[in-house]
Design a protein around this ligand. Structure first.
Ligand code: C2E
Ligand code: MG
Ligand code: MG
Length: 395
C-alpha cells in the first residue's frame, strides 16, 4: 500500500487522544481522533487501517464500538487501551475477535508510549510493504467485484477426529487481484453485502463449485462440499430452486452443505427459517457457522433443521493445554450441538494439542491449518496425503 496508512484514535479524554495521535504520526500514520459519542458514531464509518480504542468512553463503551466496527470493517486491526486491569483487557480482546476485528495489542493504562509506537510501526511497515496476513487492502472497483474472471474458490478439508478421513471440503471464495494477488473474503464479502449483491455472489460461487466438482477428481470423489451463505441470502425465496438447478446437476443434494454465518443481525427470523427448511427438504445439509461468536440470534435460528455446528476458531483458540478444566464455552458449544444431534466441527485447529483437545472433548470433525490451509483443487490430493502422515503420528 503506497498511501499513508490511516489511524483512528477513540478515547473520551481529549488529552489522551492528542498524545496517541502524536505517537501515531511519529510512527508514520495519518491520525484522526474522536472523543464524544456523536464524533465516534460519525468517525467509525470512515476508511482507515488501524483503530486505537479506549474501553471506557463515558456514555458509550468500547464493546459497543467494537460491535459496530466489526459489522462494517471486518478484519480491521485494533489496539485496545484501558485503565482497567489486564484480565478485563484480555476478555475485551476476545470479544473484539468475536466481532471479527484483529487485535494487535492490549495496553493497560498507564502504558509506555514507546511500546505503543513499536506496535504501530510494525503495522505501518507491514502495510508499506504490502504484506498483510489478511491479504492486500486494495480498493476494488465495484464493477469488477463480481466479475467471474476475478473470482476463484479455494477448498479446505474437514476431517473426522476419529479416523482422520476427509468428510468434505469447504469452498472459500478468493478475489484474485491482477497485481496484488488474493484478497481475503473478510474484506470484499463485506463490500458485496453493502452493495446488496450477495445473491449474485452466491450464484457465482455455486456455479464455480459445481464446475470444479465436475472438473477435478479430488472434488468429484469428496463426500461433501460446503458453501457459505450469508443470513442476508435467507430472504431470497428463489434460493432453494436456484440451488437445486445449479448443484444437483453434478451431485445429489446430500453431498452439498450450506454454512450459514450471521454477518448481520437477523431482523425477521420467520423467512430465514422457511428458506432453511426448504433447502433441507430438498435434501441439502445445513451448518451453523462460527458458533460462539457472541450473537444471540442463533438461538432463535437453532430450531431450523441444521445438520452440523461449527465451533468458531476464536473459541478453539482459547483452549489451553495447561488448564485444569477445558474452557466451559467450548464444552457448552459441543453440548448444544450434540443435544440437537448435530455433527460438531472445530474450526481453526492449528496445533496437534488443539486437535487432541477437541477430539477428547467430543468434536466429531476438525478443520484448520494443522490439517490443511484452503488450497486450489489440484493441490487437494497432496494436502490430504500430508495430513494422513501427520494423523498416523497423532493417533
Ligand atoms: P468461515 O466460513 O468461518 O471460513 C473459515 C475461515 O477461517 C477461512 O477464512 C479460512 O481460511 C480460515 N481458517 C481456516 N483454518 C484456519 C486456521 O487454522 N487458523 C486461522 N487463523 N484461520 C483459519 P477466509 O477464507 O478468509 O474466509 C473468511 C470468511 O469469509 C469465511 O469464514 C466466511 O464467513 C466468508 N466467506 C468465504 N467464502 C464465502 C462465500 O463464498 N460467500 C460468503 N457469503 N462468505 C464467504
Ligand atoms: Mg464457513
Ligand atoms: Mg466459520
Amino acid at each position: 500500500m503506497s498511501e499513508t496508512p490511516k489511524v483512528l484514535v477513540i478515547d473520551d479524554e481529549e488529552a489522551i487522544c492528542e498524545l496517541i495521535v502524536a505517537v501515531a504520526e511519529s510512527a508514520g500514520f495519518d491520525a484522526t481522533s474522536a472523543s464524544s459519542p456523536s464524533e465516534i458514531e460519525a468517525a467509525i464509518v470512515g476508511r482507515f487501517d488501524l483503530v486505537v480504542l479506549d474501553l471506557s468512553l463515558g456514555e458509550m463503551d468500547g464493546i459497543e464500538v467494537m460491535s459496530k466496527l466489526g459489522a462494517t470493517h471486518r478484519g480491521m486491526p485494533v489496539i485496545l487501551v484501558s485503565g482497567a486491569d489486564q484480565s478485563l483487557l484480555d476478555t475485551a480482546g476476545r470479544i473484539a475477535e468475536m466481532h471479527k476485528l484483529r487485535v494487535l495489542g492490549t495496553f493497560a493504562k498507564p502504558f509506555s508510549l514507546d511500546v505503543l509506537k513499536t506496535a504501530m510501526l510494525e503495522l505501518s511497515q507491514v502495510s508499506e510493504m504490502g504484506i498483510d496476513p489478511t491479504g492486500p487492502k486494495v480498493i476494488i472497483d465495484a464493477n469488477l467485484l463480481l466479475q467471474p474472471d476475478y473470482l476463484q474458490l479455494a477448498y479446505q478439508p474437514k476431517v473426522s477426529t476419529r479416523s482422520g478421513e476427509a468428510l468434505g471440503v469447504e469452498a472459500l471464495v478468493r478475489w484474485r487481484h491482477p497485481e496484488h494477488g488474493d484478497v481475503s473474503p473478510g474484506i470484499f464479502v463485506a463490500l458485496i453485502e453493502q452493495e446488496g449483491r450477495t445473491a449474485e455472489l452466491l450464484d457465482i460461487v455455486m456455479s464455480m463449485a459445481a464446475r470444479d466438482r465436475k472438473r477435478y477428481r479430488a472434488l468429484a470423489s469428496m463426500p461433501d462440499i460446503s458453501i457459505n451463505i450469508s443470513v442476508l441470502d435467507l430472504d431470497d425465496e428463489e434460493l432453494p430452486r436456484r440451488a437445486q438447478k445449479i448443484l444437483l446437476e453434478v451431485a445429489p443434494a446430500e453431498r452439498w452443505t450450506f454454512e450459514v454465518t450471521e454477518t448481520a443481525p437477523i431482523t425477521d427470523v420467520a423467512p430465514a427459517l422457511s428458506i432453511l427448511t426448504r433447502l433441507r427438504i430438498a435434501g441439502f445439509k445445513l451448518s451453523v457457522d462460527d458458533f460462539g461468536t457472541g450473537t444471540s440470534n442463533y438461538e432463535r435460528l437453532l430450531v431450523a433443521p441444521f445438520t452440523e455446528l461449527k465451533i468458531d476458531r476464536a473459541m478453539v483458540n482459547r483452549l489451553d493445554i495447561n488448564a485444569a478444566e477445558p474452557d466451559p464455552m467450548v464444552r457448552s458449544g459441543i453440548d448444544v450441538g450434540h443435544s440437537l444431534q448435530l455433527q460438531v466441527v472445530a474450526e481453526g485447529v492449528e496445533s496437534v494439542d488443539q486437535f487432541r483437545m477437541v477430539r477428547d472433548l467430543g468434536c466429531d470433525a476438525a478443520q484448520g491449518y494443522l490439517i490443511s490451509p484452503p488450497v486450489a483443487p489440484v493441490q487437494l490430493d497432496v494436502a490430504l496425503d500430508d495430513w494422513r502422515r501427520k494423523f498416523e503420528y497423532l493417533s
